[in-house]
Ligand binder design. Structure first.
Ligand SMILES: *[C@@H]1O[C@H](CO)[C@@H](O)[C@H](O)[C@H]1NC(C)=O
Ligand SMILES: *[C@@H]1O[C@H](CO)[C@@H](O)[C@H](O)[C@H]1NC(C)=O
Ligand SMILES: *[C@@H]1O[C@H](CO)[C@@H](O)[C@H](O)[C@H]1NC(C)=O
Ligand SMILES: *[C@@H]1O[C@H](CO)[C@@H](O)[C@H](O)[C@H]1NC(C)=O
Ligand SMILES: *[C@@H]1O[C@H](CO)[C@@H](O)[C@H](O)[C@H]1NC(C)=O
Ligand SMILES: *[C@@H]1O[C@H](CO)[C@@H](O)[C@H](O)[C@H]1NC(C)=O
Ligand SMILES: *[C@@H]1O[C@H](CO)[C@@H](O)[C@H](O)[C@H]1NC(C)=O
Ligand SMILES: *[C@@H]1O[C@H](CO)[C@@H](O)[C@H](O)[C@H]1NC(C)=O
Ligand SMILES: [Zn+2]
Length: 565
């Protein structure tokens, strides 16, 4: 018994040593969660039946919390005259959904950098940091040992799986940069970023020239200013054009060409060809809001849906493809809410949804599609406005779309706005505390999934689990659990069973054979586990009895020191 207690204590102390700054901690969380899923009644059946996805597309609606989705859904349906204001967004019709916990390593409510790293690398990091292990401060003086190199992108590139992204933010913004940037503060977007100690730091823009981003197949978004020197209107003071440098990098082994698109014209005229690497930058910084594009009747940038479709087309064109991982971000859903401007957010969310629908229609059933948010906004929908009125209006003095913080606070008495004012596309909904930029919300966000193994993204999970599951399904991490091991074990099992059947010389049709295996494997497995457990319990009982017997036999010879330790 003492020995057992000792081992328990030892195990706990080892467990305590592995802190949350370590990937081992999050891998253990991931493994445990996944095992429970795979060993559930439904999990055992589905894992045996399905082929793992070849491709994974992760859609991130930045700041797309549950209240944001509800309010935007109502607004969109009211705008289009729908009698049923709960008509769902396309992604809300996915067969599986769950909840994801978003807290960062050091804050209850996360920023976009820490949460994107969690979803793309499978570990929690400090607020505002990218590709940097926790506990390394904000200086870039730790070299390789502070850098996170086990993210989805790094591992996928090593396995020959293609990686890409499209976003309506700058390519150097936190969410896309979480895929590739190492050891930087999220504001270190270019060489002379203000307020940053840049010594020894490689700014985010230049990091598209090094591993793993130099091997990405698709990079689409905004941010010319971070890539171009001040002499041509950019922000850089090192006189470098990172865009040109990217175009002149040696082509990758498989990629015959690097294609640089620097404007919407280029985008429209580009046709995806085999083995291209595509860098497209379409705005000085972030994309303009869809509402403003519509008001101006302009197409100064491609739509998110157009970029998403282009990204998939390029990916599907790759020869000898071993699959791809694609991240598509609706960034302006967040930026609009930072200003409490919910008409803008509604339109951005609708465009995000359009991108999901068009991509869904394009890909085959070998593709897993995930839709989630990196964090919520501190938004709520207080009662009890009559359904016949616009969700943007107020019920008495209560605004139906209400932020905790932000510029919508105004002069403090924003309760007095009229229904007409609230229908201005740039109207800012009220907030209870003034901030130039509204603060994010810390509650769980939704995750919606469809395609092979989509059921793995149900229940409540850590945002790190998203990366863990993707690594598992694409067999990215050789040191961790992977679906490839599961397939191997299942094939071996099947071969053994087939061999046994042949030995038994029974004649069964292949079809009924496979039904037979699936329909009976569960009870058989259950019985075997039960037998095993019973055997173990019996063995333990016998051992305990033996120990008790020996103890009572030799009671007189036990040294006193032993019982006082
Ligand atoms: C910037 O960081 C370097 C080392 O990383 C340090 O030597 C230097 O003093 C810092 N400069 C400022 C202004 O903090
Ligand atoms: C960088 O350039 C953009 C676009 O020209 C500008 O809006 C922004 O203020 C600049 N950023 C910084 C930090 O100087
Ligand atoms: C910047 O680079 C260009 C070409 O790369 C060169 O012609 C020019 O002299 C450089 N300007 C400065 C200020 O270094
Ligand atoms: C919007 O622009 C398109 C082409 O750019 C033009 O055909 C159309 O008439 C314009 N619509 C309005 C309302 O100005
Ligand atoms: C809601 O508005 C409709 C139409 O104006 C009205 O008939 C109905 O009585 C209202 N319901 C409530 C609960 O106020
Ligand atoms: C709304 O707020 C104003 C100013 O605080 C107050 O005078 C008024 O009675 C309130 N109206 C309602 C319906 O509560
Ligand atoms: C808000 O309150 C301030 C001071 O109480 C007042 O001067 C201002 O006119 C009010 N604003 C509106 C829109 O009523
Ligand atoms: C079990 O077998 C029946 C027919 O024998 C079949 O209809 C059913 O789909 C099988 N169940 C599974 C999970 O394959
Ligand atoms: Zn934000």
């Amino acid at each position: 018994m003492r020995l057992a207690l000792f081992f328990v204590a030892l195990a706990t102390s080892i467990a305590a040593e592995v802190g949350q700054e370590s990937i081992e901690y999050w891998n253990r969380v991931g493994r445990k969660w996944l095992d429970a899923k795979l060993e559930s009644d439904v999990g055992t059946i589905l894992a045996a039946q399905q082929t793992p996805p070849k491709n994974v597309i992760l859609f991130i609606g930045d700041g797309m919390g549950i209240a944001t989705i509800t309010a935007a859904r109502i607004a969109r349906n009211q705008n289009s005259g729908q009698a049923d204001v709960n008509q769902p967004f396309f992604f809300e019709t996915f067969p599986f959904s769950g909840l994801s916990k978003t807290a960062s390593f050091d804050t209850h409510t996360t920023d976009s950098a820490a949460s994107a790293v969690a979803m793309m690398c499978g570990r929690k990091v400090e607020q505002n940091t990218l590709g940097r292990l926790p506990g390394h401060g904000n200086k870039c003086e730790h070299g390789e040992k502070a850098k996170i190199r086990d993210g989805i992108a790094d591992l996928a590139i090593d396995k020959g799986i293609d990686v890409g992204f499209a976003t309506t933010a700058a390519i150097t913004d936190a969410t896309p940069a979480a895929l590739y940037a190492k050891d930087v503060h999220r504001r270190m977007e270019f060489d002379s970023a203000p307020g940053m100690n840049t010594s020894n730091c490689e700014d985010i823009a230049t990091q598209i020239l090094s591993h793993p981003a130099d091997k990405f197949k698709v990079l689409l978004g905004g941010g010319h200013a971070q890539f171009l020197p001040d002499s041509v209107g950019g922000n850089r003071t090192d006189n470098r054009s990172i865009e040109e440098e990217w175009a002149h990098l040696r082509p990758m082994q498989l990629a015959q060409s690097r294609v640089l698109l620097t404007g919407t014209e280029d985008f429209v005229h580009h046709t995806p060809e085999e083995d291209q690497q595509l860098l497209g930058i379409f705005a000085p910084l972030h994309f303009p809001y869809r509402v403003d594009e519509n008001l101006r009747n302009s197409s100064s940038v491609p739509r998110l849906s157009e970029m998403a479709v282009k990204a998939v087309q390029v990916m599907e064109k790759q020869t000898d493809s071993r699959g791809y991982f694609l991240m598509i971000e609706g960034a302006n859903i967040d930026k609009a809410q930072h200003k409490n401007r919910f008409h803008l957010a509604t339109e951005e969310l609708s465009e995000f949804d359009r991108a999901i629908e068009q991509v869904s229609n394009l890909v085959g059933d070998d593709t897993l599609i995930l839709v989630t948010a990196d964090h919520a906004h501190a938004l709520t929908i207080p009662g009890y406005l009559n359904k016949s009125r616009s969700i943007f209006e107020r019920d008495g003095n209560v605004s139906s779309i209400f932020f905790a913080t932000g510029p919508g606070y105004g002069d403090g008495n924003r309760t007095l706005y009229t229904a007409e004012e609230s229908m201005d596309p740039h109207f800012a909904q009220p907030a209870s505390f003034f901030f130039n930029d509204a603060r994010h919300g810390g509650e769980d966000v939704g995750i919606w999934a469809k395609g092979p193994f989509a059921w793995l993204f149900t229940g409540t999970l850590e945002n790190t689990q998203i990366a863990y599951n993707i690594k598992y399904l694409m067999c990215l991490d050789d040191k961790e659990k992977s679906v490839c091991d599961l397939r191997k074990r299942m094939t071996e099992k099947q071969q053994n069973e087939d061999a046994e059947r042949i030995m038994g010389a029974t004649t069964v049709s292949p079809q009924s054979q496979s039904f037979h295996i699936l329909n009976t494997s569960l009870p058989i497995r259950g019985t075997m586990i039960a037998l095993l457990v019973i055997t173990c319990v019996l063995a333990l009982l016998v051992a305990a009895l033996l120990v008790l017997l020996l103890r009572s036999t030799f009671r007189g010879t036990v040294k006193p020191s032993e019982s006082s330790s």
